[in-house]
Structure formats: C-alpha cells, structure tokens
Design a protein around this ligand. Structure first.
Ligand code: GLC
Ligand code: CA
Length: 571
C-alpha cells in the first residue's frame, strides 16, 4: 500500500491562455522564505535557496507555491512590514534573484503567488515618514489613520482598540519640537501603521504595485489581512466577546464554543473592503494566464467569508474555519458542508488549509488538550504538552482527509515532513512581535517557523552550509529530514507524495462530494467521484467499505481502519 511513488521529471506546461482557472483545484505550497533554504550561510533562507530546491517541490507534486514576503523590510514582523513594495530585501537576494526563481518555477510547471501586504506599511516606508514629517490634516497624513488623542492633553488613544499582537492599537507620535503629537493606528505592531483605504491615493499606489509584479510574471497574490483593510466609519470603540480569537471576529479557540454571535468588530470584515477587491479583480483581468487573488480573511462563518470570492472579487480565500475545526467528526462534517455550500453559492472553489506560519503546526495542534487561541503559540511554560505521537498520527489522517476534498488546498512548508511545533525554543531566540508586545505572556508564532531539515547529516540539516539558523532546530529533526523520509515508504513525505499523485490522477480537486452515512459518530466518510474516503477520528477501529485501498494514513489493523486514521479506496 505504501510504496514509494514514481516521480515524473517532465515539466507540465503552464497554460498561457486564460480559461483553465488553475486555482480552482490547485495544491499551493507555502514557502516561508527565511526558513526554507539558505544559500549564503547567514542563517536566513533566501531566494537563491528557493530556486535551488524547487525540484523537490515539483517532486512532491504541488501545483503552485506562495511566497511569504521577501520585499524590502526592517523585518520587525518577519517581512510583513514592507518598506518598499517593489524591492527585494537584501536578506533574501535581489530582484534578479526573484526573476530567476520565477523563471525556474515556471520551467518546472509551478505557478508562483507572492504575498501582498496592503493593510499596513512598515513605519520605515517613505509614505509614513513623509506623513510624520507633515502637519496634522495634511494629504500625507491622510494616507494613514492619524488622529488627535482623547482627554485634556490628547494623551489617551483615540479609541479602545487593541493590537492583534497585544497592547493598544495606537501609538503617539512626537512632533519635531519634541512635544507629543497625534496618534496613529496599527492593528498589528507599532512598526506597522495601517493605511487609510478611504484615500484614493492609496488605491492608485496599489494598482501600480500589482502591475509591477504582474508584469514580472507572477501568477497571483496572497492578500495579507484582507478582512482588515476597511474600518468602520468613525472608528468606534469595541469590546470583543470573551474567548474571541486574536485574528477573527469569532472562534479562535480549538474547542467549539457555546456563545451568542459576537457583534462585528469595527476593524474586521467591513463592507467597504469589497470595492478594493473588485478594483484589483479588474487589474488582474487585464493580464493573460488566469492570475489569482487569495485573501487572508479571518471571517467566520463560511457564508460571510464567501462574500470575498464573489465572481468579481478575489478568486480564493483561506478557509480558516476549516483550520480551526477540532478533531471531531460532526464538526468536520459541518464545516465541510457549510464551506462547499457557501463557496459553491458564489461559484468559487472552496479552499482547505491546516497549517501556516501564524498557527501551531497541525502535527501538534490536533493533539492539544487545552484551549490555545490562534496566535498564542506554545512554549516551555504552557500548562499542557500535546502528545507528539498522537499529534502526528492525527495530522497524517487530517491531511489525508483534506487532500480528498474538492477545491484547492494549501500546504505549509515542513508539514509534508510531519514537523511538529517547536515548543522548547529558548526565550532569547524568540522574535515574534507578539512575544515582546505581551511581555512573554503569549509565545507567538516562532514555533512553526523554525528552518526546515533537508538532510539528516550536515550543519543545520542542510538548511545552511555554515550551520547557521535564525531559530535553533531541535536535535530530533535529523529523523524528519527530507532525505531520510524520501527513502522511507512509510514516512509522512511518502504519504504526501502518494496523496498528491492520486489526487491529481483521480481529479479529486474538481470532483463532487457525496456524503456516506452508517459508519458511526466518529467517522467522516464520503465519495469523491470513484474514490471513497473514510476518516476515523474516534478511539475504536471501524470497518471499511468495499474497495481497493489506495492510500492510508496509518497501517490497517486486520482490514479495519484504526483510530485516528484516514484512507482512500477505489470503488
Ligand atoms: C497576517 C500574516 C501575519 C502577519 C500579520 C500582519 O496575518 O499572516 O504573519 O503578522 O498579517 O501583517
Ligand atoms: Ca541567506
């Protein structure tokens, strides 16, 4: 059952004409540049490192890659603080390195999506510097959210909003003469001032930025904080409901919550954002080759999220409701149904995702017994320790389930190796602004961002020739290195390769899901075309329907599907 699959070396042709809408079924692999592969020994992954390792992604069987930001940045939030949207940060290489990477990817038949960060710039961006140097009420300040403070001396923030990373969402400026000045809004770190999307000047700048990258040949953009760009009129105070996640309006915890629907925060999911995506849709439509926008919108439920992918807006949006679903058959059944219904009703593909650079890796998260809101992370003092064996077993089953679903799926680098969250990072190594802004109360996201292992031998497991690594890698990762897993038919890498090959061959991305009943309350089961998919999230084994097993996330036990295991069968 678990034989290593042959890998095709011929590159698939990318269609040059419009009409194939590749993004409807694509499996898109997230490259987190600083942690992927380091070519010059400074301990930070870079563009030439990506280019050198693209064949490994081709072999894995993904259709496209999405690159987290590599643009010029002071790196206060790992590049999600952009100081020049058209420049490559020297940490990652040059624009020529980017062009080489893009050409090499296209040569291999891989599409490339780049990350666009339009909700905020870096405080080092020329636009913000000019705004600071300009008077209150000036056009320059109008590109951002500058406001006078409240209270007699203006020494209280303009409203009560908190930053996603902790602390207030406002920072006071200092005037040239040293006196305290206006405040500016930042939903994230104080080094990430929010742009004012009510200002047409901002719209014009971003159209040009989109065209800059489209002209270079990118296949699309992942839109950072798409749900936060428009703010409610008057920036009213808001008190989030208890238990609300740090990024979304509702949810955010791993356990289902019994609560009334909280009111809409005045900074997430505002109606005004949609006009921006309609504008961008028109820009992309000027280009050939089915360019696509994928929104990072932490919006629940899927019926509201689907508004972002109406026919004249973005092509895709991340399905975080799916990511946040607990390991529970009923909850999975519900979220899959509501996602397919919601996206289907607007003619968009559903997307699926289990891990990214902002959340606890699913090989750890799925074994978490305690509440761990998104973005809080795990560390040495977290009162619960997920069992790594259970976590990996569930993660393999969860991915087996996910890759059988119709639509498009996102993978995060390293999940194909079964990498867990790194919990025991020393405090001194942590770099996430969340860690600093909460004074260590929240560990943040460094644990999922540790550089990935390529080889069991060698300094930093082949990540970098010098052994340098911007975050320390755990000793156990030698056994999870790509070269070890590549030759082990039972490895997580072999499982991913097999799943991706079968998914492609059997057209599951373009398939139709038909639910199957009768397997008991701990089983998720459906047909997708000629394939039967069964996922057992319970503790007891279950019998399998008739069919030939194509792939199973763990060995069967006397012909039965064991606990925390998923399988695909040919009908
Ligand atoms: C998005 C990114 C995250 C970043 C934040 C601010 O959520 O995925 O990494 O910190 O936006 O840009
Ligand atoms: Ca480097």
């Amino acid at each position: 059952m678990n034989t290593t699959i042959p890998v095709t070396s011929t590159a698939t042709e990318l269609s040059e004409t419009t009409g194939d809408e590749w993004w409807r079924t694509a499996v898109i692999y997230q490259v987190y540049p600083r942690s992927f592969a380091d070519s010059n020994g400074d301990g930070i992954g870079d563009l030439p490192g990506i280019t050198a390792h693209l064949p490994a992604l081709r072999e894995l069987g993904v259709d496209a890659i999405w690159l987290s930001p590599f643009m010029t940045s002071p790196q206060r939030d790992a590049g999600y603080d952009v100081a020049d949207y058209r420049g490559v940060d020297p940490l990652f290489g040059t624009l020529a390195d980017f062009d080489d990477m893009l050409a090499a990817a296209h040569e291999l038949g891989l599409r490339v999506i780049v990350d666009l960060v339009p909700n905020h710039t870096s405080s080092d961006h020329a636009w913000f510097r000019e705004a600071l140097a300009s008077a209150p009420g000036s056009a320059e300040r109008g590109h951002y959210w500058f406001r006078d403070g409240k209270g007699e001396n203006g020494d209280e923030p303009p409203n009560n909003w908190n930053s996603v990373f902790g602390g207030p969402a406002w920072t006071r400026t200092t005037n040239a003469d040293g006196t305290p000045g206006q405040w500016y809004l930042h939903l994230f770190d104080s080094s990430q001032p929010d742009l004012n999307w009510e200002d047409p000047w901002v719209w014009a700048r971003f159209r040009d930025i989109l065209r800059f990258w489209l002209d270079r040949g990118v296949d699309g953009f992942r839109i950072d904080v798409a749900h936060g760009m428009a703010k409610a009129e008057g920036l009213p105070d808001f008190t989030p409901a208890q238990g609300a996640g740090s990024m979304g309006g509702a949810g955010g915890s791993l356990e289902p919550e019994i609560s009334t629907v909280p009111p809409e925060p005045p900074y997430w999911g505002q109606e005004g954002g949609h006009a921006i995506f309609r504008d961008w849709h028109r820009v992309l439509a000027e280009y050939d080759g089915d360019r696509a926008l994928c929104g990072e919108a932490w919006i629940d439920p899927p019926s509201k999220l689907a508004l972002y992918v109406r026919p004249d807006e973005m092509q895709q949006t991340f399905n975080f409701s799916y990511l946040e679903t607990p390991w529970n058959a009923q909850a999975l059944h519900e979220v899959i149904t509501s996602s397919l219904d919601a996206f289907g009703s607007v003619g968009a593909p559903s997307t699926w995702v289990l891990s990214n650079h902002d959340v606890v890796r699913h090989a750890t998260r799925l074994a978490l017994m305690g509440d761990n809101p998104q973005g809080h992370g795990l560390g040495p003092k977290t009162p619960f320790r997920p069992d790594p064996v259970v976590g990996l077993r569930r993660a393999r089953a969860a991915t087996t389930l996910m890759l059988a679903l119709p639509g498009s799926a996102y993978l995060f680098q390293g999940e194909e190796l079964g990498l867990p969250e790194v919990i025991d990072l020393p405090d001194s190594a942590r770099q996430d602004p969340t860690w600093f802004r909460t004074h260590g109360e929240r560990y943040g996201r460094d644990g999922c961002r540790v550089p990935i292992p390529w080889t069991a031998a060698g300094a930093s497991y082949g990540f970098s020739d010098t052994g340098a690594s911007w975050l320390p890698q755990p000793a156990e990762w030698a056994t999870l290195a790509r070269d070890v897993e590549a030759s082990d038919p039972d490895s997580t890498l072999s499982l991913y390769r097999r799943l991706l090959a079968e998914r492609e061959e059997r057209g599951l991305g373009a398939g139709v899901l038909e639910w199957l009943d009768g397997f008991g309350e701990n089983v998720v089961a459906f047909h997708n075309g000629e394939v039967t998919v069964v996922a057992n999230v319970g503790e007891a084994s279950v019998s399998l329907p008739p069919g030939t097993v194509l792939v199973s996330s763990a060995p069967l036990a006397e012909g039965r599907l064991p606990a925390d295991t998923a399988a695909w069968l040919a009908r």
